[in-house]
Design a protein around this ligand. Structure first.
Ligand code: PFF
Length: 477
């Protein structure tokens, strides 16, 4: 089988379009919802520094590798891996990398859509001015209670969650069915800049809160004990969580970026485009932290409030600032849009593969994939209410209080994505012929850059991922 020269699914109209789409995939709930609450849960600064190291030493090299694979294979990750393994005379088993990506994509979308549904649910809440009362409440405690109650009322109601989850999936299907230029590209073109501007407005607000510097200190003061110990007990998973978050945030390890690379115009430079995406993604996460933690400390909230953190902090800001209801409404609309531009990349690998089999149209493939993710998503919907007591792995100490949602999140973010990334690094740097890899980087003017990248991907990146895994299973303890 010879490699296709162009993708049958179309191509991005320009290099900028690819950057926007890949940034659209990377920037999402992971930056604004997950990064702050994980940072809060794992004690701040040390988590942030490990996260940033993982982004630079593991994430960036793997993103370049994924884009390169896609650009060479020009098809869905399953077929790309098959074709590239064949090209090098290696076993078809490498196709499994594509398959594990498809499965991870479904699992992630299943809970991603539920959380994005929360963002949707907050749109009418903000628009109706529900949170303006916080500025009249007498104490910080009363404010904290109010936002807490509102959040719990939402997640405790399975039918409401189900309705928003369904709405999110339906719109996702509509966007993906539109195809590369029609649907995906149009959606991200204006949304990313708008989100960025609104985040800057919010940073301005955070700077006006009394505890802005406490928030900054929390995020950047490196105290490893806080990452490694919780309530006096050693925890193995802090570093793994930071690495998993780097993969999740950059959309790596499951073929999303690979399939986007397949739509990249032939002459576009891999190194420059990926660096732009990584910088933008990291900036958004840091900005989100700089907004949320000052609000946490200024209102007597707890940084380790968990999955509800963003939904309990930002409404306070919007309740207090001038034109808050307007800004708040726009913010949650943009958050939902950012989630959509990530969601579409979560099912694109599966949709592309189904279309390539020749048995499905883009529309039928998308509907099928969307329905499957919707169905699995029910587990997450119910994890917050009627199934909140179901803890399938409660016999193991580290998992004893994990609900179905927690487990799906853990399995995908901390295990499937980093493992996917590990095998991508091994495939590109150890299996593929160096000459072929180098050819794909021809349009990058910087040869030294190529050598540094190749070295990282061959040695440091796999070693780093391996060490984090070993550390987690307690080999070095
Ligand atoms: N990167 C997205 C976010 O940070 O919200 C989530 C995501 C998208 C993860 C695509 C994985 C993926 F393949």
């Amino acid at each position: 089988m010879s490699l296709p020269k162009t993708s049958i699914h179309g191509e991005w109209s320009s290099r900028l379009a690819f950057i926007l789409a890949a940034t659209g995939s990377a920037v999402g709930l992971g930056n604004i919802w997950k990064f702050p609450y994980m940072t809060g849960e794992y004690g701040g600064g040390a988590f942030v520094i490990v996260y940033l190291l993982c982004i630079a030493l593991i994430g960036l090299p793997i993103m370049m590798a994924e884009v390169m694979l896609g650009k060479r294979g020009r098809s869905s990750p399953i077929n790309t891996m098959q074709a590239l393994a064949q090209e090098t005379g290696r076993s078809q088993i490498w196709q499994l990398l594509g398959w594990s990506g498809v499965i991870a994509g479904f699992l992630i979308l299943s809970f991603y859509s539920v959380i994005a549904g929360w963002a949707l649910a907050y749109v009418p809440r903000l628009a109706s001015g529900m949170f303006t009362v916080v500025s009249d409440l007498p104490t910080a405690n009363a404010v904290a209670d109010f936002v807490d109650t509102q959040f719990n009322a939402l997640v405790g109601d399975p039918l409401r969650l189900l309705a928003w989850h369904t709405a999110f999936i339906i719109v996702t299907i509509t966007m993906v069915a539109g195809g590369v230029q029609g649907g995906l590209e149009r959606a991200v073109r204006w949304m990313m800049p708008a989100l960025f501007i609104l985040l800057l407005v919010l940073v301005g607000y955070a700077m006006s809160t009394p505890k802005f510097m406490d928030g900054v200190h929390f995020m950047f003061n490196i105290d490893f004990d806080k990452l490694l110990y919780s309530k006096g007990e050693f925890r193995y998973d802090g570093i793994l969580a930071a690495m998993g978050q780097a993969f999740f945030s950059l959309s790596l390890g499951m073929g999303s970026i690979m399939v986007y690379g397949a739509y990249l115009p032939k002459q576009a430079s891999i190194a420059q485009t990926t660096t732009a995406v990584v910088v933008a993604d990291t900036l958004v996460a840091i900005l989100a932290g700089l907004i949320i933690f000052p609000i946490v400390f200024s209102n007597g909230l707890q940084p380790d409030a968990g999955v509800g953190l963003v939904f309990k902090t930002l409404p306070i800001a919007f309740g207090q600032m001038p034109f808050g209801s307007f800004f708040g409404t726009v913010f949650f609309v943009l958050l939902a849009l950012a989630a959509w531009s990530s969601a579409i990349s979560l099912i694109e690998p599966a949709v592309a593969w189904l279309v390539e089999t020749g048995k499905f149209t883009r529309l039928s493939a998308t509907i099928g994939c969307g329905l499957a993710a919707w169905l699995v998503g029910l587990a997450t919907v119910f994890s917050f209410n009627i199934w909140s007591d179901i803890k399938p792995l409660s016999q193991f100490a580290s998992f004893e209080d994990k609900t179905l949602f927690d487990l799906i999140d853990y399995l995908t973010t901390n295990i499937m994505l980093p493992l996917g990334g590990l095998f991508i690094a091994i495939f590109v740097a150890w299996i593929m012929k160096r000459q072929i890899v180098s050819d794909e980087f021809k349009s990058s003017p910087n040869r030294l850059g190529f050598q540094v990248w190749y070295f990282l991907l061959r040695y440091l990146t796999p070693l780093g991922i391996g060490l984090v895994f070993l550390n987690t299973i307690g080999v070095f303890s």
